[in-house]
Design a protein around this ligand. Structure first.
Ligand code: SF4
Length: 211
């Protein structure tokens, strides 16, 4: 089986296993996903989903976060870790959205990358989830799983993994595929324990089975 054939088979099986897999960060407006992805660095999505409720109770829109005192944002987001730098980025990012984009999130990958605190992973997430465009989100689950599965060989750098996956994954499948990897990485192909290969739907085609 070529890597491309393997990728298509994995996509097919994960679709069946996790038909409704979507983004695990809660949001109902594009700018809120930008806030959440910044807070999610080194923090669980579950905690971010709780913290943002308090944040939006005090700062309900782009303008109020753009005009907010960084200290006031930090006080609320501190439970997510890296409070100071996350608060600074959120404030600076919302300022740019407010001043340059009329309070909207740009639907352009390069423009997203220029926003404070937004890297390739976040920009891809926004492109895929908010704008329905092709996206490959190489988070920690994605990188661990595609290495174990044999879709990439010993590559840990997120951008290099992304570039390899673009060659294998049909563009329209990328965003959902990466969401499904998160589910599979949490439930079955876990990081901290030995992966549960015996109950994995990929165990007859995965290079990492039993290792
Ligand atoms: S077979 Fe094992 S290593 Fe491969 S994806 Fe499943 S749990 Fe992970």
């Amino acid at each position: 089986m070529t890597k491309k054939e393997l990728a298509l088979e994995i996509i097919k099986r994960l679709k069946k296993e996790y038909p409704d897999a979507g983004c695990t960060l809660d949001y109902n407006q594009a700018w809120k996903l930008l806030v959440s992805v910044r807070l999610a660095a080194q923090c669980t999505d579950a905690r971010v989903n709780v913290v943002v409720q308090k944040l939006y109770a005090k700062f309900p829109d782009v303008k109020s976060l753009a005009e907010a005192d960084v200290d006031a944002i930090e006080e609320i987001v501190r439970p997510c870790g890296l409070g100071r730098s996350k608060a600074r980025d959120i404030n600076a990012c919302m300022k740019i959205l407010w001043e340059q984009y009329g309070g909207n999130v740009p639907d352009d990958f390069d423009a997203l990358l220029k926003l404070p605190g937004v890297g390739r992973k976040s920009a891809n997430l926004i492109m895929g989830d908010v704008f329905g465009k092709p996206a490959i989100v190489t988070d920690t689950h994605c990188i661990r799983l595609v290495n174990r599965m044999g879709l990439v060989d010993g590559i840990k750098d997120p951008k290099k993994v992304e570039m390899e996956l673009w060659k294998l994954i049909p563009p329209e499948e990328g965003s959902d595929f990466c969401h499904r990897l998160v589910y599979h990485g949490r439930d079955v192909c876990t990081a901290r324990t030995k992966p549960y290969c015996d109950k994995c739907c990929l165990n007859d085609i995965c290079a990492g089975n039993g290792r």
